[in-house]
Design a protein around this ligand. Structure first.
Ligand code: ZN
Length: 154
């Protein structure tokens, strides 16, 4: 977290801006980023990202990109973690939605089935009653015919 290194003059500026998140690809000035190794006493051999323009001109106390590599990587990991959590939440929401959807579909199918069965039963009942009516009419007609015959015979 220290910015007391030979190359860290831009660190506090870059950090305070807060928009350089993770591993920088280019400097805000448009220049390519270089990966260098600190030779300072405070951060010996610590790797850092630095604007190529600033390196070429050996700038100090400038607004060009400076960032410790380990800190940039930590930020990337944090960003990934956040992304992961968001993805998990999304997946959970999708799963919950799907369960709800399946429940509705299941209920609809069940309702349809029940309705269909009810209609079938009703149809069968109507059919049965009409058949029995026909049979009754047939029986009655037969009786009348028999009565007629017996009258003729008698
Ligand atoms: Zn730059």
């Amino acid at each position: 977290m220290s910015n007391a290194s030979g190359a860290s003059s831009g660190s506090s500026i870059g950090r305070s801006r807060g928009r350089f998140y993770g591993v920088p690809k280019t400097c805000p000035c448009g220049e390519q980023i270089m990966e260098l190794i600190s030779k300072s006493n405070n951060n010996p051999y610590r790797r850092y990202y630095r604007c190529g323009y600033a390196v070429a001109r050996k700038l100090a106390n400038d607004n060009h990109m400076f960032k410790w590599v380990d800190e940039a990587h930590l930020e990337e990991i944090e960003a990934l973690k956040t992304k992961n959590v968001r993805l998990e939440e999304k997946l959970e929401a999708i799963a919950a939605e799907r369960t709800e959807f399946e429940r509705i579909v299941f209920e609809n199918v069940q309702m349809k089935l029940e309705k269909e069965i009810f209609e079938r039963v009703e149809e069968t009942l109507i059919e049965a009653s009409s058949t029995s009516k026909k049979m009754m009419i047939g029986v009655i007609a037969l009786c009348m015919v028999m009565v007629g015959f017996s009258k003729q015979l008698g």
